[in-house]
Design a protein. Structure first.
Length: 416
């Protein structure tokens, strides 16, 4: 089995990551996305419809629960990233948090399966976000720890492929398992097993105790602010990722309801699975190729910009062509754009990190640009759908937000 050499934990990696290491890290990443998107695509929506009190719209319940979970995610990701930076275990900085996070996430999904009220449902989802973000923060930090810059587009591509396969697998498990409870249990099992190959088969470089930063709340809190004036490239890269993810979150949040209430699909659950599969096929066709191509030409910005424009066109189709064929075309185009964006933007982000000693914390702050849209999207989408024009206006807003994010990538100066 090919493994990358284990560098000193704070060194800039120079040896290429092996296929076995990349595959096992990708599998662990995919397992986390199963734990997130089985609930987000199917289970939480069904549970919200079952548990919504009389007189309360299911959309509002879903928005409140997912928003609360995303708020927890925003705090958990940089917090656990910072803790992993300071971990001097003989098992390394990242592996202990990956293992603890996936086991905790599996347990939280089991608790969520038994939720009988909206507050219990919200608590369960917040625990899922807390624990799985601990693992996700460690996984994303492992890439700048172990992968040289010239290979990060490709590795980001494989992580992105695992991400979408995790979304498909989670959606599939939630759909075919046979009910809400069975769906949560199936996702929990996948989450627990998927990270084991990475934890058991690969050595994580240890941080010498003498190099461990001070573990104080004052030091932790002070480190969570990165001045965009001192690090403008990181600021613009973060804003680009946030806006493109916000546009995508607005497009996907009410997909089940869009199919049922606007397109009047007889089997909206199955429709979500079909659209997710179409999206996955086109995404898988571009995510690794886009990353490899970006590595080869040594440029990131043109790929991110082009991907954002393609996603804007796709979201516009949901607004202007509200038919099942239109939804299929939009899903395909979203896959093309998001595939390239996923791999290349990930590589771009690793190249604007300020310091090697804080990779976990800094990647956690960057990952807020993934989580914050899950808070902002429900707050924006619910009033738009209910009072400001419905789904057509929602998808127009989503397209405009994503396009703005794509254009802002041109403000980055030190990454081509």
């Amino acid at each position: 089995m090919s493994r990358p050499a284990a560098p000193e934990a704070l060194a800039e990696p120079t040896e290429r990551a092996g296929r076995g290491w990349t595959a096992s890290l990708s599998l662990a990443n995919g397992a986390i996305w199963v734990g997130w998107y089985g609930p987000l695509q199917i289970l939480l929506a069904l549970q919200a419809a079952e548990l919504a009190p009389p007189g309360t719209a299911k959309e509002s319940v879903l928005a409140w629960v997912t928003g609360a979970g995303a708020a927890v995610s925003m705090v958990a990701n940089p917090l656990f990233g910072a803790l992993s930076d300071r971990t001097a275990s003989r098992f390394g900085r990242r592996a202990p948090w990956i293992l603890a996070g996936v086991l905790g996430g599996a347990g939280a999904l089991v608790l969520l399966a038994g939720a009988g009220t909206v507050p219990a449902m919200a608590l369960g989802w917040c625990l899922v976000q807390l624990t799985l973000n601990a693992a996700f923060a460690a996984i994303t930090a492992a890439v700048p720890d172990r992968v040289p810059q010239r290979q990060r587009g490709a590795v980001g591509g494989w992580l992105g492929a695992a991400q979408i396969l995790g979304v498909v697998a989670g959606t599939g498990l939630a759909t075919v398992a046979g009910g809400v409870v069975a769906g949560y249990l199936a996702c929990a099992g996948f989450v627990a097993l998927g990270a084991l190959p990475y934890v058991l088969l690969h050595r994580d470089p240890a941080l010498p105790a003498a190099r461990r930063p001070a573990l104080t709340w004052r030091a932790l809190l002070a480190g969570f602010w990165i001045s965009p004036r001192r690090h403008p490239d990181l600021g613009w890269a973060w804003l680009t990722r946030f806006l493109i993810n916000l546009g995508n979150a607005l497009a996907l949040l009410y997909l089940l309801y869009y199919l049922r209430d606007v397109l009047h699909r007889p089997d909206p659950d199955g429709g979500v699975l079909v659209l997710t599969a179409v999206n996955a096929v086109t995404l898988l066709g571009t995510v690794v190729v886009g990353g490899l191509w970006s590595d080869r030409v040594g440029r990131r910005q043109p790929f991110v910009l082009g991907a954002g424009v393609i996603m804007t066109v796709a979201t516009g189709l949901l607004a202007g062509w509200q038919t099942w064929p239109g939804a299929l075309c939009a899903a395909a185009l979203l896959g093309v754009g998001f595939g390239v964006f996923t791999s290349v933007d990930f590589a771009l982000m690793t190249e604007v990190l300020p310091a090697a000693a804080h990779r976990g914390k800094d990647m956690g702050l960057i990952n807020i640009a993934n989580a914050l849209p899950q808070v902002a999207a429900p707050a924006l989408a619910a009033p738009i759908v209910q009072h400001l024009g419905g789904y057509r206006v929602l998808y127009c807003v989503a397209a405009a937000v994503g396009l703005l994010g794509a254009l802002l990538v041109r403000r980055i100066r030190n990454v081509a």
